[in-house]
Design a protein. Structure first.
Length: 282
């Protein structure tokens, strides 16, 4: 059953994220950010996150039941990623990552208005086990999405340091790269994200495997979603073991992160995209 979609309220987070991006672009031209301006931006991000979160909750847990699709999944992932960035930004010098996190959130909040999702289950909204599983899964994928974006920024930073990217001196791109934390700090934050994200992913995957009947109302089926989820889990596990045993780092670690995250996207977003957009069925 297709849901008609959101009201105009669904476009409010998109508009707020766009305003934030425009304001940040203007501030970048103005020069150094003052403490007052930084606090106002943090407050604006927090307010937008609250509105986006309320809108997401109301559009997924509806009076008709649990409504979901690949677009809602991406929007939730972006929300968790930006929320975690916002929290970490109070303690770490990562303001240069802000624009990327907000841009990702802006793009992802547009999608649910174009692809409103389908009614997955009329009963899931009242099932605490399902809600718990859903929340943990969303947080884990959101954190690992932020880790993947972080890894891509590290790759750009590393290539720029080794003169493999043509960056015009004193350009906006050059100043943006200079504002990034040192690679060692970036790497430390990356693995902090991976540790927490992997722990939650483990809880998500194995609770789904063990309690499939309770959570989803059907016995466990080894379909492509389950296979890609397990593949992603093994890849992330291998990455963290390699980090612990041999100190894996640098480009090899970045490639490993992006490979594992690709498998994760294919499991949690790709399966819904194929069903809804390519096959035109829920």
């Amino acid at each position: 059953m297709d849901i008609l979609g959101y009201s105009s309220y669904g476009y409010l987070p998109c508009a707020l994220y766009l305003l934030l991006l425009l304001f940040l672009s203007f501030r970048a031209k103005a020069g150094v950010e003052s403490p007052t301006s930084s606090a106002l931006i943090q407050a604006a991000i927090f307010g937008t996150l609250v509105i986006h979160g309320i809108q997401l909750h109301d559009s997924v847990f509806t009076p008709s039941g649990f409504v979901f699709g690949f677009a809602q999944d991406l929007s939730l992932i972006a929300w968790v990623g930006l929320a975690f960035y916002w929290f970490q930004s109070w303690f770490l010098p990562i303001s240069s990552l802000r624009w990327v996190a907000i841009l990702f959130a802006f793009i992802c909040t547009i999608l649910p208005n174009l692809f409103p999702g389908t009614l997955i289950s009329p009963k899931a909204v009242s099932d605490p086990w399902f809600k718990g599983h859903f929340i943990v899964a969303t947080i884990s994928v959101g954190l690992l999405s932020l880790a993947a974006m972080h890894a891509m920024l590290m790759s750009i930073q590393d290539r720029a340091l080794h003169r493999q990217l043509a960056i015009v001196p004193n350009s906006r791109a050059a100043h943006w790269l200079e504002d990034l934390p040192p690679l060692m700090t970036m790497e430390s934050l990356l693995f902090n994200l991976l540790y927490v994200g992997f722990a939650l992913l483990s809880l998500t995957v194995f609770s789904g495997l063990l309690f499939s009947q309770t959570l989803f109302g059907k016995p466990l089926v080894f379909d492509h979603k389950t296979i890609f989820a397990l593949l992603s889990w093994f890849l992330f596990a291998g990455l963290l073991i390699a980090r612990w045993r041999v100190g894996l780092r640098g480009r090899a670690a970045i490639r490993w992160v992006l490979s594992a995250y690709t498998a994760l996207l294919l499991a949690y977003v790709g399966s819904r995209f194929v069903l809804e957009v390519i096959l035109q069925r829920a």
